[in-house]
Write a protein that binds this ligand. Sequence first.
Ligand code: BGC
Length: 410
Amino acid sequence: MLANMMEFPKDFLWGAATSAYQVEGNNINTDWWEWEKRVGLKETSGLACRHYELYKCDFDLAKLLNHNAHRLSVEWSRIEPDEGKFSEPELEHYKDVIISLKQRNLEPIVTLHHFTNPLWFARKGGWQNEKACEYFLRYVEKIVGALCENVKYWVTINEPMVYIHLSYIKGIWPPQEKSFLKAKKVKENLILSHIKSYKLIHKIYRNESLNLPLISIAQNMQAFVPYALTLRNNIAAYLRNKYFNFEFIERLMCAKTLDFIGINYYTRGLVETRGWGFKNLTLDVCNENHSKLSKNSLGWDIYPGGLYNLLLKLKKYGLPMFILENGICTQDDNLRWDFIYEHLKNIHLAMSQGVKLLGYIYWSLIDNYEWDKGFSPRFGLIEVDYNTYKRTIRESARKYSLVCKTGELE
Ligand code: BGC
């Protein structure tokens, strides 16, 4: 071993992620499908990457790249297209997806909710409905019952705070609400749904005499950094840390329903408030291009040190952590490798200071549908040609594959 080699644990999980709506295509029974057409988004999801048909080819590529894990989501609206009616063919489909991963020695990490909802659920008020949790649990019981034999890692909800922020506070994503009151209701329902799902999933595994799985959420965390070092900006950064980054985790910890802490990390949030109002303190960001940092193609600052700081802060909870998303959209593949390299370096540094990490999952395995931003942001380790659906492995993916193979970073 070379002296300047960074070593990761032998049982470390290495891989990349996808989410159903962003890659599968033709998810016609979701709220997003209806919404993107109704508001006339420039690019609608359509066939996405045709992953619904091509998943085996995509998993072959992940295996070829030495991954030993893959994070994916199952689409509630496929499994329960109409209220209370479950689709056997779709349950079979996802069983086959999971078996295909296992056959390739890719450990499945399965997300139950990744931003999209069945249209019938959205029409009933979605996550604001009093019975939202009850509806969600009915689906959880079905899908977990179908897949439990082969799944050890479950993520109940992907980035609850991002979902709440974009769908209920900023009013950008469906249902385009701008109400702190509604956001609060949704938050409580999501927390309750996680807690009850956790208990339900454990019960299913116990009834089937299976080893208990490991369950978490995927919490998007940002490094909130005050731009001007004023008292107001410091308070705002503190509040965002508390509510955006940590509240969810703390509430679920209190309920003893986290087996590890799932983290999605992309960027920093430069805080620059324009007043003392509640909205200023919680939402104002620095709009000027003050930052000298390199950026991804959506303009997000690249800030690997922020991940290190967050990992050290999370250490106090005494749970293992798992990077469930970390990635960059860019046309510059060298920058992609730099991004991965720098983040792994910071992760390694945190681990050398006692942070226990189960694995690292890059976002994303293949280019995909970046929600309201369409297909132009390119996050993939693998390029997708949207005319032919041909996949091409990027150079960064090959470099990352070496790390996956050896567990070492030079
Ligand atoms: C989400 C993904 C998204 C990615 C890049 C995460 O917030 O989980 O669905 O594509 O970030 O924006």
